[in-house]
Design a protein around this ligand. Structure first.
Ligand code: FE2
Length: 383
């Protein structure tokens, strides 16, 4: 590596790195000192507001993998990992093993959906990492060989994160009900949607464990909402900007609940990358954007929904008993073809965990060396 150079200024310094010359603010450098983090709790124990004067560096040098900075008003020098400066220089932020690029997918994705057995997910770190990575990159995976018991689904979910409750409680059953609270609990077709956008924070990762499926019809439908959103950006940037720029209202109402929340149909991050979508016509409230804005918003909205019905995006497969489909509820849009209610039984059991928990699980595994990239080697015969 070429020599690191330092040019000290009043409020910050320019550091010459292999990535180029980069400016770093002194407060930021003081806060990034390794001593600011308590080794026991791993929480920040330094309070920049306690400094009598704004920090001003008087010296900077590299010592091994660390930049040592001397301060005008403090006896103690700061030690900042060089790797952190290089990550910030390259990406604007520290490294995050869970910041994996989304792999957009289309209607031919079925053979490439990651499949991991329940035993591998719950019993091995490589299995858990494989599932977590697939959920971050593809937004969908199938867990096979699910044990048929009450405890089976909780055992699987807890390997990724704690179960997060919804209006239905911790777990819900998708089957025909006499007095359904949701269209999902009927035998009718279910239009493409993400779950429960009426909740302030819509559920993150959804698990659907198929316990039984002997009915005629009832194929499960999935699409990658991020792929559709990117296609919309390509084909109609103005429509994309409208859907990514305005919140619209959703609800979830029944006798004992009345949830309401506003969501953006296309979600983007600070870098403008599509992170997900929120769509649910059966839980969409009356639009409350200004009426003249709706002259433009509605055509964009309708165009996006029509795109979601296009064959190029739509994956269609039959849920099989013993499998659990796991997907990112903020990215993967799902639905169901109608089925003949008295042709057999169809019973899915579902629950959610948080997307932050998923990424946390993945980071912990990645730090231990399990990056989840490789296929799991075949073990002894199992479901
Ligand atoms: Fe759903």
């Amino acid at each position: 590596m070429t020599e690191t150079s330092f040019e000290l200024h009043d409020k910050g310094m320019v550091v010459g790195l292999p990535e180029g010359q980069r400016y770093f603010n002194y407060y930021w450098l003081r806060d990034a000192c390794q001593s600011c983090i308590d080794p026991q709790t791993r929480e920040r124990v330094f309070d920049a507001s306690e400094l009598a004067q704004p920090p001003r560096a008087t010296s900077a040098m590299v010592e091994g993998e660390v930049v040592v900075i001397g301060w005008a008003d403090e006896a103690q020098a700061s030690r900042v990992p060089l790797a952190l400066l290089r990550d910030v220089a390259a990406n604007g932020r520290g490294a995050d093993p869970a910041d994996l690029p989304r792999r957009l997918w289309f209607n031919d994705h079925l053979p490439r959906i990651a499949r991991v057995s329940q035993d591998d997910v719950t019993g091995t770190e490589e299995g858990r990492a494989r599932l977590a990575r697939a959920l971050i990159e593809d937004g969908i995976a199938i867990v096979t060989g699910m044990e048929k018991s009450e405890g089976s689904l909780p055992r699987l979910v807890n390997a990724i994160g704690p179960v997060t409750p919804s209006a239905e409680g911790l777990f819900f059953n998708v089957r025909v009900e006499i007095a359904p609270t949701n269209l999902a609990f009927t035998a009718g077709p279910l239009e493409m949607h993400t779950d429960l956008p009426g909740e302030e924070t819509a559920p993150g990762v959804q698990f659907l464990h198929c316990l039984e499926n002997t009915v005629e019809g009832g194929n499960s439908l999935f699409l990658d909402g991020a792929a559709v959103a990117e296609a919309l950006r390509e084909e109609d940037p103005e429509a994309f900007a409208l859907l990514a720029g305005h919140d619209i209202p959703f609800f979830y109402r029944h006798d004992d609940w009345d949830y309401r929340a506003h969501q953006r149909v296309i979600e983007t991050d600070v870098d403008g990358r599509v992170t997900g979508v929120t769509i649910s016509q059966h839980l969409q409230d009356n639009m409350d954007l200004p009426q003249d804005l709706l002259d433009d918003y509605y055509p964009a909205f309708v165009k996006f929904i029509r795109m979601m019905k296009e064959d190029r995006f739509l994956l269609r497969f039959r849920s099989e008993a013993g499998n659990c489909v796991v997907f990112d509820n903020h990215r993967i849009v799902h639905g169901r073809e109608g089925y003949v209610a008295d042709s057999g039984s169809r019973h899915l059991r579902g629950c959610y965990t948080d997307r932050g928990a998923l990424r946390s699980t993945y980071r912990v595994l990645a730090k231990k060396g399990f990056d989840g990239e490789a296929e799991i080697p075949a073990r002894q015969a199992q479901g």
